[in-house]
Design a protein around this ligand. Structure first.
Ligand code: FEO
Length: 394
């Protein structure tokens, strides 16, 4: 039980060993944490629990630190099992304890656990008095699932934001002023890019709604990663920037290649682009060998992407097809794109990449660059020229 602020305690689980999340959809190079919080006032309330595999050890640890029967209510900000996974274990020990959550969370929790717990459905603005302070509930649908909500503790001025403002970042240091800032922001932007990008308009709307309430804010306690207690507004302001078609002066080249020809094109295009625009940051990834979520993060930061693939079976390499599907789902806004690739026979890859990029919402600025067989000096020079041309278009 770690003190967060006066009568607020962190009672969660740090997961140093986690390497993928949401099944194998999201890489977690730095692990994660499942943050559960205990608020003690005249009433004691538990906010969120932990992921299922940790449920028993978490409940045992909590029971060793306190009388579980003193918990008068549980708040389930979100039904997904990384936060609700301890409910079964807990509610077997304190049956009948009310569970405060949204109407959609009841559906989610019933769907996951098939139990009829003592659900108390709340809406935005509903309050729960703890004695000297109140919990105020704020629905946050699609941040990031339809059932999500946040809970604000008056008096302490703490927002329990659930997934929003979180990071998959294991640390025992708990607070943003104690951890490495570069690591923290790397994990925060990766989290936003890969999870929250599709909901950016809702992020903006929800933050503006919260700001309009003019509530004091002394800390943001998300359900993953560290707590923002040093200038918590910094992550709110950063989210507003990220939600607004975010882009830096960066171009990311992503390719896959069969016999290295498309790799050589990528490098020559990058060389030409850099010659024409020495200030632009260029990042090059072989998709077949690179982590998908790291690439998505770099695409999120970019003003433009260049996708490359060899042609195979009149199509594109599957790693690039998977990436196209991913960026289509994320719905990036305000980014430009172009395509390139080598081919031996039919040569459809550039056309397919162009179509996929357009369908994913990118502005394709050129018909693309193709090279027959492995590129000779002339083709490499053409790739460099293509890069130079792109510098003016991106
Ligand atoms: Fe949507 Fe961290 O679960």
């Amino acid at each position: 039980m770690l003190p967060v602020k006066n009568n607020i305690f962190w009672v969660g689980q740090v997961d140093w060993g986690l390497r993928t999340f949401h099944g194998n959809e999201y890489s977690t190079h730095r692990g994660s944490s499942y943050n559960s919080y205990l608020v003690r006032d005249k009433k004691t309330v538990l906010i969120d629990t932990v992921w299922q595999p940790f449920a028993r050890q978490w409940a045992d640890r909590l029971a060793a630190a306190m009388d579980l029967k003193s918990i008068s209510a549980v708040v389930a900000n979100h039904g997904e099992i990384d936060h609700s996974g301890g409910l079964e274990e807990l509610l077997e020990r304190i049956p009948g304890t009310p569970v405060y959550c949204t109407a959609n969370a009841v559906k989610s929790l019933r769907g996951h656990y098939h139990r009829d717990w003592n659900f108390q459905v709340v809406k935005t603005g509903d309050r729960l008095s703890l004695g000297s302070q109140e919990l105020i509930f704020v629905e946050a649908p699609m941040l990031h699932w339809p059932d999500s909500m946040m809970t604000y503790l008056s008096g302490e001025a703490v927002l329990f934001s659930n997934d929003a403002f979180g990071q998959h970042y294991a640390s025992e240091l708990l607070f943003n002023d104690r951890v490495d800032r570069a690591e923290l922001y790397q994990e925060a932007i990766k989290y936003y890019a890969n999870i929250l990008t599709p909901f950016s308009p809702l992020v903006t709307k929800k933050i503006q709604e919260l700001l309009a309430l003019k509530l004091p804010l002394e800390a943001i306690c998300p359900s993953h990663g560290i707590i923002w207690r040093d200038n918590p507004a910094q992550i709110v302001e950063t989210y507003l920037r990220w939600a607004d078609s975010y882009r830096e002066n960066q171009v990311t080249l992503v390719f896959d290649t069969m016999w290295d020809g498309t790799r050589r094109l990528a490098e020559e295009i990058a060389r030409g682009l850099h010659e024409a625009d020495p200030k632009v940051t260029l990042k090059i990834f072989n998709r077949g060998r690179s982590d998908k979520n790291d690439i998505i993060t770099e695409i999120f930061r970019s003003k433009a992407v260049l996708f490359g693939s060899s042609t195979i079976n009149r199509g594109i390499l599957t790693s690039m097809a998977g990436l196209l599907e991913e960026v289509k789902g994320l719905g990036f806004k305000g980014k430009k794109a172009a395509a390139f690739g080598c081919y031996g026979w039919s040569g459809e890859s550039v056309k397919i990449l162009n179509e996929g990029l357009k369908a994913a919402g990118f502005e394709v600025v050129d018909e693309g660059f193709r090279a027959l067989w492995n590129p000779n000096q002339e083709a490499l020079a053409g790739a460099a020229l293509f890069g130079k041309k792109l510098a003016a278009l991106l």
